[in-house]
Design a binder for this molecule. Structure first.
Ligand code: NAP
Length: 248
């Protein structure tokens, strides 16, 4: 009797829109069961419906990743329900921009908690079921801001640089367990996160990007899906820039 491979389970945070929603669609198209996570049930259900319409497997979990206990519990429950957890994409993120001299402790902490501490908690929780199966793919969504810094983003740049350190350390600690960890560092991408940037910032961003345009969320999702796939088996601890050449 030929052995059937069990369906891999992929959990994607921040999957209600933007880069996360596109990544969920692409990973589902690879035949994975995707678990879509964010705070808003309606938009998550809409993304799940499009995936099911295309013949994919998707379910929804409402969770504020800022509630670190709830996040860990939700990941444990998903791993228990499906009997495994193979792919984790830490994509939920937000910005609270301000010049350093004006930035409040609260603005700094909020961005660190949602972008970085949640990823640490999610990775620590997901690693147990991954280690049991001796297979795992962790993809952390960093940013060019974490690589080269950015005006008005000391909080965000610190969180995104932290994600790179987290990723490389997990890659070293977990390589012997069959688990890889990589980061994706997008440049300026057309999503809700950048839509309200002042026009002069948008013009500046295009001027310093060799491809002279913003990226599309699906262009970042393509890199995420590659790193989640079996084709990336020999790649770990890397930061893949999807930035139109901005940081080359
Ligand atoms: P987006 O359209 O604003 O999406 C952000 C996602 O994160 C949403 O699904 C949002 O869902 C979720 N989220 C935010 N806070 C959350 C919380 N506390 N708990 C759970 N989910 C939360 O932004 P995007 O551009 O797609 O960004 C995705 C990732 O790429 C982020 O990590 C961002 O930092 C990174 N990135 C973006 C750019 C860019 O130019 N757009 C560049 C570099 C890096 P709900 O609001 O439904 O909870």
């Amino acid at each position: 009797m030929p052995q059937t491979t069990p369906t891999r389970i992929a959990l994607i945070t921040g999957a209600s829109r933007g880069i996360g929603a596109c990544a969920a669609r692409r990973i589902a198209a690879q035949g994975r069961q995707v678990v879509l996570v964010s705070r808003s049930e309606g938009p998550l259900e809409e993304v799940a419906a499009t995936i099911r319409n295309d013949g994919g497997l998707a379910c929804v979990r409402c969770c504020d990743v800022n509630d670190h206990l709830a996040l860990a519990r939700m990941i444990e429950e998903v791993a228990e329900e499906f009997g495994r957890l193979d792919i984790l994409v830490n994509n939920a993120g937000l910005t609270r921009d301000n010049l350093l001299l004006r930035m409040t402790d609260d603005e700094f902490d909020q961005v660190i908690h949602v972008n970085l501490r949640s990823a640490f908690v999610a990775c620590r929780t997901a690693l147990r079921p991954m280690m049991r199966n001796r297979f795992g793919r962790i993809i952390n969504i960093s940013s060019v801001a974490g690589v080269v810094g950015n005006y008005g983003q000391t909080n965000y740049s610190s969180a995104k640089a932290g994600l790179i350190g987290l990723t490389k350390t997990i890659a070293k600690e977990m390589a012997s367990k069959g688990i890889t960890a990589n980061a994706v560092a997008p440049g300026f991408i057309d999503t809700a996160m950048t839509v309200n940037l002042p026009q002069q910032v948008k013009d500046w961003a295009k001027s310093v990007t060799p491809l002279k345009r913003f990226g599309q969320p699906d262009e970042v999702a393509a890199a995420i899906a590659f790193l989640a796939s079996d084709d990336s088996a020999y790649i770990t601890g890397q930061v893949l820039a999807v930035d139109g050449g901005m940081t080359m």
